[in-house]
Design a protein around this ligand. Structure first.
Ligand code: UGA
Length: 434
């Protein structure tokens, strides 16, 4: 069994650490935030990720938490870097947290491998390698081992991956990282470091492209009388296309897609290449978030003085993450149009992100007296809501289903004027669960 140091106790670091501990390795997780480390030591998990708390608790004897680099590095075989790489003003990834980790590494007498889990621009590994060499750390290996875990299913994605990608400069380092994953079933893709870095960016870009593609198809469906839910089903059954990531809606958000698309766009631009398709994908997504406002305006005439309920704030269900969530753009636009915003989410902390909105404890409370509702996040709670009661409690029973989650026929029977995304009036049944 190996000793693994993980730098960064965010979504990626905690899931990585917990899953390696579950494989039997000794894991020490290091973060710079004292309150975060204190909480973890006390058994509290600072983020909402299904299954993570149990996994950390079950493997507590193999998991320690520290603020000290020296403690993390001591006897470590692997130095996993799982710190944030947020976008800078220019759209490039901010790698300062990564450089801090690399520069703070100390006491590395024995051989260990620095493994990059954070999403980085292509070429970062080569730069880190050069920095390690400059610091006289030529005996320390380097590998890129990007993550493909999605929030909400991160533990499962780590434990049952579609693939494990390992890029390394030396085969011995790739072997070591592959061995570290013993016990996890999944094909291993071995390659050079630059290709591993690109696989991560390209995979996310491919997923975003599918979403913007189906959103554009949805917009054409709306204009022509087709139902995008049925269209996606019919298209996705083609084995060459497949059904995943063909859910039309109000656009993608989250801590990864928006940031990674910008980083890839800038990476290309910095190298003198204009990535046309990716630019279009980003633009379609921006417009998609705003189309809801057009729908509301069309029904309500004006939004000034109207009350709009936002159902769901997280960028997707089963997470409390609201980074780049469509709800934020929507709320901002609604306030700018003079509407009052009421909002509900079962886990996201609405008060801190939407100070201009009234945050409600239940969906029904948010809907009471409202002139319109927008289903923003497809939380399971909303499938079981008493929609007839909701409709009669509203001043005007208009629902824009931003995720095509609900059955239009049922909602209309419950008294709603129902609008989905890409579903012509009067068409369709409930959205698929792909
Ligand atoms: C995404 C990828 O799915 C992971 O493989 C990757 O590891 C991760 O980014 C990352 O780079 O760290 P995540 O952002 O957690 O994971 O969430 P997704 O489930 O991919 O959803 C992203 C957004 O796309 C959400 O806002 C979701 O509502 C939207 N989406 C997804 C659609 O609008 N339509 C779809 O068909 C699928």
């Amino acid at each position: 069994m190996s000793r693994v140091a993980v730098f960064g106790a965010g979504y990626v670091g905690l899931v990585t650490g917990a899953c390696f501990a579950d494989l039997g390795h000794d894991v020490v997780i290091r973060d710079v935030l004292p309150e975060r480390i204190e909480a973890l030591r006390g058994g509290a998990v600072p983020i909402y990720e299904p299954g993570l708390e149990e996994l950390l608790a079950r493997n507590a004897e193999r998991l320690t938490y520290t603020l000290e680099v020296a403690v993390a590095v001591r006897d470590a075989d692997f130095l996993y870097v799982a710190v944030g790489t947020p976008p800078t003003y220019s759209g490039d990834a901010d790698l300062s947290a990564i450089w801090t980790v690399v520069d703070e590494l100390q006491g590395l007498e024995r051989r260990a491998v620095v493994v990059m889990k954070s999403t980085v621009p292509v070429g970062t590994g080569a730069k880190v390698r050069a920095r390690l060499d400059e610091r006289g750390l030529g005996h320390i290996g380097y590998a890129s081992n990007p993550e493909f875990t999605a929030e909400g299913t991160a533990v499962r994605d780590f434990q049952q991956p579609d693939r494990i990608v390992i890029g390394a400069f030396e085969p011995v380092d790739a072997d070591a990282v592959a061995d570290l994953h013993a016990g996890i079933d999944g094909p291993i893709v071995r390659c050079d470091v630059a290709s591993a870095e690109m696989i991560k960016l390209a995979a996310n870009a491919a997923l975003m492209t599918r979403i913007s593609f189906i959103n554009e198809i949805a917009n054409v469906c709306e204009a022509t009388g087709a139902d995008v839910v049925r269209v996606a089903e019919g298209v996705g059954l083609d084995r060459r296309i497949g059904p995943s990531f063909l859910r039309a809606g109000i656009g993608y958000g989250g801590s990864c897609f928006p940031k990674d698309s910008l980083a890839l766009k800038q990476l290309a631009a910095n190298s003198g290449y204009h990535f046309q398709l990716l630019n279009a994908v980003i633009e379609v997504n921006e417009l998609q978030k705003r189309r809801v406002i057009g729908k509301l305006n069309r029904h309500l005439g004006t939004l000034r003085g109207k009350t709009v309920a936002l159902l769901g704030l997280a960028f997707k269900p089963n997470t409390d993450d609201t980074r780049e969530a469509p709800s934020l753009v929507l709320a901002g636009r609604l306030v700018a149009e003079g509407a009052d915003v009421r909002a509900w989410d079962p886990v996201a902390d609405g008060r801190s992100i939407l100070p201009q909105a009234t945050i409600c404890a239940t969906p029904l409370e948010a809907l009471r007296g409202a002139d319109a509702a927008v289903l923003v996040t497809e939380w399971a709670e909303l499938a079981d809501l008493d929609w007839a009661a909701a409709a009669s409690s509203m001043r005007n029973a208009l629902l824009v289903d931003g995720r095509n989650m609900l059955d239009p026929t049922e909602l209309r029977a419950a008294g709603f004027t129902y609008e989905g995304i890409g579903r012509a009036a009067g068409s369709g049944s409930a959205g698929g669960s792909v």
